[in-house]
Design a protein around this ligand. Structure first.
Ligand SMILES: [Zn+2]
Ligand SMILES: [Zn+2]
Ligand SMILES: [Zn+2]
Length: 141
């Protein structure tokens, strides 16, 4: 029996199920575990890792117990964004469905928040898609 890789059904991480432990389990007539060691160490009364659907990209992510404890201690609201979306929010970027990365801007004409494909620079006005189109048209006149 070679080592097996099993994906934990709780945290989604894969872990190695060693040959030695497979043999020990088989000897006792146990089936292979479906949870990794750290998830199995969680008792029924301990906080469980939670699956949350990201409010931005709608992908589910796991809110692990360590993080839950920190949030609870600081009395934070549970997270609504996955790690990727949280990082993008900090950077002011967003990855769109087509895979393109865009930068958050605030239009100088209408103060609307928009996402653009170029890195916004301080030396030219940042405009939303609509105002950019208007500005470009005016230039062409
Ligand atoms: Zn796990
Ligand atoms: Zn997300
Ligand atoms: Zn605008």
């Amino acid at each position: 029996m070679p080592d097996k890789e099993i994906q934990c059904r709780v945290c989604g991480r894969s872990f190695v199920w060693s040959e030695r432990r497979q043999a020990a389990y088989a000897l006792k007539g146990f089936v292979d575990p479906s949870r990794c060691d750290s998830c199995r160490a969680i008792g029924p009364n301990d906080p469980q890792p939670k699956k949350i659907q990201c409010a931005i990209c709608y992908k589910p992510f796991v809110w692990n117990t360590e993080s839950q404890k920190i949030y609870e201690k600081r009395r934070f609201e549970p997270p609504i964004r996955c790690a990727t979306c949280r990082k993008e929010r900090e950077e002011g970027t967003r990855t769109f469905a087509d895979g393109s990365k865009r930068y958050r801007i605030e239009c100088e004409e209408c103060d609307r928040v928009d996402y653009v494909t170029f890195v916004p620079r301080g030396d030219r006005p940042v405009l939303c898609t609509e105002h950019y189109r208007i500005a470009k048209k005016e230039k062409e006149k």
